[in-house]
Ligand binder design. Structure first.
Ligand SMILES: NC(=O)c1ccc[n+]([C@@H]2O[C@H](COP(=O)([O-])OP(=O)(O)OC[C@H]3O[C@@H](n4cnc5c(N)ncnc54)[C@H](O)[C@@H]3O)[C@@H](O)[C@H]2O)c1
Ligand SMILES: O=c1ccn([C@@H]2O[C@H](COP(=O)(O)OP(=O)(O)O[C@H]3O[C@H](CO)[C@@H](O)[C@H](O)[C@H]3O)[C@@H](O)[C@H]2O)c(=O)[nH]1
Length: 435
């Protein structure tokens, strides 16, 4: 099929490359000229395992190209995916500005019948709005069909997830449109859920909201475990073995971040509010996560009372491992608070330092290794469970730090590994060691 994908962010770029990989001819359209110029050379502007290889292979097979020109990008296409960002408005609702801009461009430039497929995460009812908006200003004699195909990939394993995810959801109000999209998606070899437009839109929000709830639930259990002498690692393991609960997403930590859970939980609360429904459970999840992001600095302040002038090593800036993304990363608020308390912050992240520099305040020291960040520090705080951070031996903290006190926001070490070293160790949902 001839396909256009609009937006070359985490979702659009991976979608475009993977649709090309399974045999389609794909043109990706983005308004960001610099990004498109980079992509044309087969260079990925984002850090995603396996993506650059897919880009290069499919560009060389002439199955994948990039443009900033809608007219060129849409010419002869059967299907057009929308994959632009839908960030959060101040009131928590989804900001559809980019989607609306795409609709206006589509009205101007579409000259043949197409199926418009929304991959962006959008409030229930948005697909109908997209159709109305495009048709309002449509210049050509063109029939628009719409479909929802929400995306479930995780950053850091986006290509892998596209071929190994649990399901593909396709929503449309026409069986013919569902058939076409089922064919397009056959190449990924995953189970397909066929449903109507609104249910597809809802599946996406409900899934993210459930996963966010699961994380907040285990974080609350961790906070309680700490106070009553239980160990959250064992609690999670014991709970997760019950297949009705499942072991995934039971890792306690300093709260969820990223470009999806924070905004999508707020957006579904906003959708509920508009439908005159008070979504209490998610209001609590959002509040619980806010509180969780603060607990690591609370622990530091409880232990030290003042950290003014102290060297603090912050290990991990990305919102999770294997990504360079710092959107809604807990590291941002943690570092702001540390600086506010007068600490001298030295940080290291294997991939996210460039992005972090753009959003963190002045005064943060960026180092080129865990050793350099930790050397002579009085406090070390682990915020992202990167493999290299997990594998950095606990004994090295003892050897390198002026005063080895480690606050581990991701439970990277077992208590057995720490016991017997000279490190004072505080983690999440487990007894502290050495203080
Ligand atoms: N990031 C994820 O892991 C993920 C996973 C599933 C779903 N989603 C959803 O997918 C959507 C996209 O997310 P993302 O993280 O890929 O966003 P992103 O911010 O990384 O990328 C969006 C891209 O759209 C481009 N763009 C903006 N306006 C445009 C326009 N008018 N025409 C063409 N291009 C335009 C931007 O230049 C940018 O390259 C969001 O709705 C998000 O909630 C994201
Ligand atoms: O047990 C866990 C699992 C995750 N997290 C945190 O939760 C956040 C999100 O993690 P993850 O879900 O792995 O990353 P995302 O790339 O944000 O992916 C989520 O959001 C995407 C965007 O909607 C969806 O497509 C994915 O299915 C969904 O997992 C991160 O801050 C993690 O540190 C925990 O604290 N504990």
């Amino acid at each position: 099929m001839d396909i256009a994908v609009i937006g070359t962010g985490y979702v659009g770029l991976v979608t475009g490359a993977c649709l090309a990989e399974v045999g389609n001819r794909v043109t990706c359209i983005d308004i960001d000229e610099e990004k498109v110029a980079t992509l044309k050379q087969g260079i990925s502007p984002i850090y995603e395992a396996g993506l650059e290889e897919l880009l290069r292979e499919n560009i060389s097979r002439s199955r994948l190209d990039f443009t900033t020109d809608y007219e060129e990008g849409l010419a002869g296409k059967d299907i057009v995916y929308i994959a632009v960002g839908t960030p959060q408005n101040d009131d928590g609702s989804a900001d559809l500005t980019a989607v609306e801009a795409v609709c206006r461009s589509l009205s101007r430039h579409l000259t043949q019948d197409v199926i418009i497929v929304t991959k962006s995460t959008v409030p229930v009812g948005t697909n109908e709005y997209i159709k109305a908006l495009i048709e309002e200003d449509l210049e050509g004699d063109v029939t628009i069909n719409i479909a929802s195909n929400p995306e479930f990939l995780r950053q850091g394993s986006a290509v892998h997830d596209t071929f190994n995810g649990d399901r593909i959801v396709i929503g449309a109000d026409s069986p013919e449109v569902l058939d076409v999209l089922e064919t397009v998606n056959e190449g990924f070899g995953l189970p397909i859920v066929r449903t109507n437009l609104r249910s597809a839109e809802m599946i996406k929000y409900a899934s993210n909201a459930f996963l966010a709830t699961k994380i907040s639930f285990i974080n609350e259990m961790a906070n309680l475990s700490e106070r009553i002498g239980a160990n959250i690692d064992d609690v999670s393991r014991g709970m997760g073995m019950d297949r009705r609960i499942g072991e995934a997403f039971l890792n306690a930590g300093i709260g969820y971040g990223g470009s999806c859970f924070p905004k999508d939980t707020r957006a579904i609360i906003s959708v509920a509010r508009e439908a005159s429904y008070d979504m209490q459970i998610l209001e609590n999840v959002v509040d619980s996560n806010e509180r969780q992001r603060g607990i690591i600095v609370d622990k530091v302040m409880d232990r030290f009372q003042s950290i003014k002038g102290k060297k603090v090593a912050v290990l991990g800036l990305a919102f999770k491992p294997n990504t360079d993304d710092v959107r809604e990363a807990p590291s941002i608020s943690v570092i702001e608070k540390l600086l506010g308390e007068g600490a001298e912050v030295h940080t290291f992240d294997p991939a996210a330092m460039e992005n972090a520099r753009k959003v963190l305040p002045e005064g943060v020291h960026y180092t080129d290794s865990i050793e350099a960040a930790v050397k002579n520090a009085e406090i070390a705080i682990i915020l992202t469970e990167w493999k290299e951070i997990k594998e950095f031996p606990i004994e090295k903290y003892e050897a390198l730090m002026a005063n080895p006190v480690v606050f581990d926001g991701r439970n990277c070490f077992t208590l057995e590994e720490v016991a017997g070293t000279g490190v004072e160790y505080h983690s999440i949902g487990r007894p502290s060691i050495g203080n």
